[in-house]
Design a protein around this ligand. Structure first.
Ligand code: 3HC
Length: 709
């Protein structure tokens, strides 16, 4: 957590050397702006102004970054009012101040740099205004200064996307004045500062107007931006307030624009979306931590890796490696499958190139990082392997046997399974301590959840190495104990079941989808089914039905499959599709099939309210999540939220499954589940943990599970 000043180590130091006053921000780990940092900067600028020896000032960050922004933990709580803002102090300085940036200058960090008179950076530095990603807007003058510096259009794009801009691009845009070689930032900054020390007047971004003219020539740019974000920014205020602020930079004088920015910032700070997004930010950092792992644990380093199986999942995993610049061998013993897999990867990249989101050069680089292999000897030297072959136990066991024989001692063996018993797989080898599960989600190169499953014999070092590997390939690693479906899928299964059952009871697919899209999902669950193919779990259901006479299955889905309605690929599924168009069209034929199967089976049909649809789907998962925590198969409720945000497309501005459930309250969730338990039977048995939280008024999102072992 960002510390504050202590008596022996102030958050901001001021040093004078050779005519230059150094303002050094030292608030580990990321120099977040706490009240002490704010006051420290103001005091330092005032000292520099007062000291005749000081000709210019240089602001530097100690440690790995310049400044990563305001202290996010302080939002939503009362803060002291500063006697003078840092921005006013910097703007008002009669001596030039140079921001010398390394690492990150984000949010309030970049805003501080924008209030300085010059900005220089090392080539690896990154700048950005990512406030929108935590549901607020740049509140330190960023919405007023950035448009003046780089023009409203470019500023709006940066502020609304929140993206990090690398130094080279920042120079081209005009955010920074010079990219330095970066060998010795302090020395290079001194040379720069001496070069501008006598220039008068000191350049102030607030005084610049020339770039604002661009908006006058293109007055429709703000509405065009609003229109372009409408789908993604549904139900959110922050992106629109960001646009409104940039518009104010064009239409209002600087000080009025700042007042507008302040007013809109205040509206957002305690909004539901800001609270949810702040929670998600910290949950995604907390999830990396496994309690009880010794700090000095020797974690094996994974520098080379292989993926087994060139199907959709294996290919997606290989792409994740390549996307992170990590070389990977892709092994498939079947040459045809291997070639097809590589062609699919190439095609995925080519689509991105065509769309303009990837350059041809970058695509070539990534393809070159994926080395095809047909024999286990070719991967024997790799430090780790992720197996992603067919989801069938005998196939997985055979692969693990071969891996154990071929791989060098010490190599780690991970299995990407969504449900199979990982101990049974690891026990095929003579090194079960080096085995763990790593469950990824479809499409694997897009979805960020990387569930690390601990087997009975997995060593702490293997577990830690798997968690790190996930992060190294751009994913968010999350711990799961070993249980059927692990954590993410296990919480999702009841949702899928209720989805099918509600249709039997009379809800229509388009109603369910509408409710979930309005809630914030990019697509409704039935439209997703049509995309993946309704036949996916048909065989499993048939097998289960053959094994268990009480298994009731999903007769309506089965009927659709038997009628050849497999989804988009056959032009009909839950919806129908026009040729070459993926837009789902409501189909009266589906309604007739639902009615007919319901009549045959004697399912009573009724209508549903939208609220009931939403709660039936999500409460079933909340209850299961509580059972998982109760059994100690997850570390924290917030880890489950991270999995839902990054594996299932749950709307981020709702925080996650458990955060959202807290907005309703454990008591109400429990009462509803208890009613459904009475009505529908065992599948709705309320979790003990949920009952406890309902009785004590506790928060679901703060619930902790025991460690699995
Ligand atoms: N406030 C408080 N804590 C912060 C923080 C911030 N702005 N930025 C990072 N931290 C904490 C993290 O929670 C983490 O703490 P932990 O070790 O206790 O878990 C620690 O610093 C290290 O962070 P990361 O693990 O994220 O380190 P990385 O090196 O992976 O990433 C980073 C560094 C890119 C700077 C990333 O931390 C980040 O994106 N930070 C947030 C940046 C941001 O949103 N800034 C805007 C803040 S809002 C603002 O400035 C408002 C202004 O307009 C008024």
């Amino acid at each position: 957590m960002p510390g504050d000043a202590t008596a022996d180590r102030p958050a901001v130091r001021f040093e004078v050397e050779d005519g230059i006053g150094f303002i050094i921000i030292d608030n580990p780990p990321v120099n977040a702006i706490s009240p002490d940092v704010r006051e420290g900067i103001v005091t330092a600028v005032e000292k520099g102004e007062a000291d005749p020896k000081v000709k210019a000032m240089v602001m530097l960050g100690a440690g790995r970054s310049f400044i990563a922004g305001a202290d996010i933990r302080a939002f939503g709580k009362p803060r002291p009012t500063p006697r003078r803002t840092t921005y006013d102090a910097l703007d008002g300085s009669t001596k030039p101040v140079v921001a010398a940036i390394h690492g990150y200058a984000l949010g309030g960090g970049l805003e501080t740099a924008l209030a300085c008179h010059y900005r220089i950076a090392v080539p690896t530095a990154k700048v950005g205004l990512p406030e929108v990603l935590i549901g607020i807007l740049p509140g330190g003058g960023g919405t007023q200064r950035l448009p003046r510096l780089i023009g409203p259009k470019a500023a709006m794009e940066m502020i609304v996307s929140g993206r990090h801009v690398p130094a080279g691009e920042a120079k081209a845009l005009g955010i920074i004045d010079m990219v330095l070689p970066g060998k010795d930032l302090r020395k290079e900054a001194v040379a720069f500062a001496k070069g501008i020390a006598d220039k008068r007047p000191v350049p102030r971004v607030r005084d610049r107007v020339e770039k604002l003219a661009e908006a006058k020539a293109d007055p429709g740019m703000f509405d065009a931006m609003r229109k372009s974000i409408a789908r993604k920014a549904r139900n959110q205020k922050a992106p629109y307030h960001c646009i409104a602020c940039v518009e104010a930079a064009v239409t209002q004088p600087f000080d009025e624009g700042i007042a507008t920015e302040r007013r809109l910032f205040n509206e957002l700070e305690n909004s539901d979306e800001a609270k949810a997004l702040r929670y998600a930010f910290f949950a995604e950092r907390e999830v990396a931590k496994i309690p009880g792992v010794p700090k000095d644990l020797q974690v094996p380093e994974i520098k080379t890796a292989a993926v087994i199986g060139a199907g959709t999942m294996g290919g997606g995993i290989a792409m994740s490696f390549a996307d992170s610049g990590f070389p990977v061998k892709l092994l498939d013993a079947n040459r045809e499958v291997l070639e097809k897999g590589l062609a699919r990867i190439r095609n995925n990249y080519a689509v991105s190139v065509k769309r303009g989101s990837l350059s041809q050069e970058e695509m070539d680089k990534r393809m070159a990082l994926i080395e095809p292999a047909e024999a286990y000897e070719a991967i024997a030297d790799c430090d780790a392997v992720i197996e992603a072959v067919f989801e069938q136990m005998p196939v997985k066991k055979a692969v693990f046997g071969k891996l154990d024989a071929a791989m060098k001692p010490g190599a780690l063996l991970f299995t990407n399974t969504s449900a199979l018993e990982i101990d049974e797989i690891a026990n095929v080898t003579k090194r079960p301590e080096a085995g763990a599960g790593t469950a990824l989600f479809v499409p694997a190169h897009v979805m960020k959840t990387f569930e690390v499953v601990e087997g009975a014999k997995t060593s702490p070092a293997t577990l830690a190495a798997a968690m790190k590997l996930g992060r190294d390939i751009g994913k968010i690693s999350a711990y799961a104990g070993n249980c059927d479906g692990f954590v993410a899928n296990r919480t999702r299964i009841p949702f899928n079941l209720e989805q099918g059952l509600m249709i039997e009871e009379g809800a229509l697919p388009e109603q369910v989808d509408k409710v979930m899209v309005e809630f914030g999902y990019p697509l409704g669950p039935f439209a997703v089914n049509d995309m993946s193919g309704l036949d996916i779990s048909y065989d499993t259901r048939k097998r289960r039905a053959a094994e268990n006479p009480n298994y009731r299955g999903l007769p309506i889905t089965d009927r659709l499959v038997e009628m050849g309605r497999l989804g988009q690929k056959t032009g009909k599924g839950w919806y129908r599709y026009e040729k070459g168009d993926r837009t789902p069209i409501v189909d009266p034929e589906t309604h007739a099939i639902i009615k007919q199967v319901a009549a045959e089976k004697g399912f009573a049909q009724r209508t549903f309210t939208d609220e009931e649809v939403l709660r039936r789907l999500l409460f079933s998962s909340v209850n299961e999540a509580c059972k998982i925590l109760e059994e100690g198969k997850a570390i924290r409720a917030s880890d489950i939220d991270v999995m839902w945000l990054n594996g299932f497309g749950f709307p981020r501005y709702r925080g996650g499954l458990m955060f959202w459930a807290d907005t309703i309250g454990a008591r109400e969730v429990y009462n509803q589940i208890a009613i459904w338990h009475q009505r529908y039977g065992a599948r709705w048995r309320p979790s003990r943990l949920l009952q406890e939280l309902a009785e004590t008024g506790g928060l679901l999102r703060e619930a902790k599970g025991r460690m699995a072992k």
